[in-house]
Design a protein around this ligand. Structure first.
Ligand code: SF4
Length: 286
């Protein structure tokens, strides 16, 4: 980890990343891809230590309140955040200035900030997205080694539900021959039902692989699933979008479940919910 002074923080669409790089170690992470031109090792996280002051200044200049998005490129609750408290300070600023927040994480550290999220939800809107890729903790520890396993994320979803903070589950990526079984999908979907999530985001049943991400992923496959990288190379070559051979069946199970349970699955509707300030009762989604 190293500290930097960032020049700016908020993107034109009000997205922000306090960290550049991530230590959760997900074997499939797209943020490792070379196209992002990270000038340091991915796990040597660059910490924008002036993020709170940049955010405060940016929000003070805005005439219209809106949703602030956290975590598209790096999890805002990496283990280092427990002592850094930069995500927490940014949430406090968002609460004080009356903005909304939409963040995505895999970590139970988000529960540390549940009171601030409640405050934001009461005054504006707070939505927490949690990624679930497998219902099996043993598999989860292999593919997402440095963050809490699924069983703990389920507790996070329940705690957020009980606190009145809406949640969305990101059901991705689906890795061919690893987590692409019907049983795994059904396990995740039953968690979503119990947690009363507002939506489930799936981008088809597959993953993306590009330079940088692919090499790291194959190296991890060789360690964890011997023989599988050769199968991927033979089957998918240098393809960017890699689809599970079970995609059609998984899509059927997923659609039927969402239909039956009345859970939103259309990405465009979910994204407008995540980044629009309308509360549940007014949102077009529900
Ligand atoms: S939590 Fe997200 S950013 Fe971090 S390693 Fe995993 S996929 Fe990459």
């Amino acid at each position: 980890m190293h500290f930097i002074q960032a020049k700016s923080l908020l993107s034109s669409k009000n997205g922000m990343n306090i960290f550049r790089g991530c230590t959760h170690g997900c074997i499939y992470c797209d943020s490792r891809s070379l196209c992002y031109q990270m000038p340091h090792a991915f796990s040597d996280v660059a910490v924008k230590e002036n993020a709170p002051s940049l955010l405060d200044a940016a929000l003070s200049r805005k005439r219209k309140k809106g949703m602030i998005g956290f975590g598209s490129m790096s999890d805002p609750y990496i283990p280092e955040e427990s002592s850094l408290r930069l995500t927490q300070q940014c949430l406090e600023i968002i609460a004080r200035r009356g903005f909304g927040v939409s963040l995505i994480t895999k970590s139970d550290l988000v529960l540390r900030d549940i009171d601030i999220l409640k405050e934001i939800q009461e005054r504006a809107k707070a939505v927490v997205s949690v990624t679930l890729t497998t219902a099996d903790d043993t598999l989860c520890r292999k593919i997402e080694p440095n963050v809490c396993p699924t069983s703990r994320r389920v507790e996070v979803l329940y705690a957020l539900r009980d606190a009145g903070i809406p949640t969305v589950v990101w059901l991705c990526p689906i890795l061919p021959y690893i987590n692409d079984t019907k049983e795994n999908l059904e396990g995740i979907l039953s968690i979503c039902r119990e947690a009363e999530v507002k939506g489930i985001l799936s981008f088809g049943f597959g993953m993306t692989l590009r330079e940088g991400c692919r090499e790291y992923f194959y190296q991890k496959l060789d360690e964890l699933f011997p023989g599988l990288s050769a199968r991927y190379a033979a089957e998918f070559g240098l393809r960017y979008a890699v689809e599970s051979p079970n995609a059609a069946e998984l899509e059927r199970v997923f659609s039927a479940f969402c239909e039956k349970e009345g859970i939103e699955r259309r990405p465009e509707r979910i994204f407008s919910y995540l980044y629009g300030m309308e509360r549940d009762r007014q949102a077009t989604l529900f």
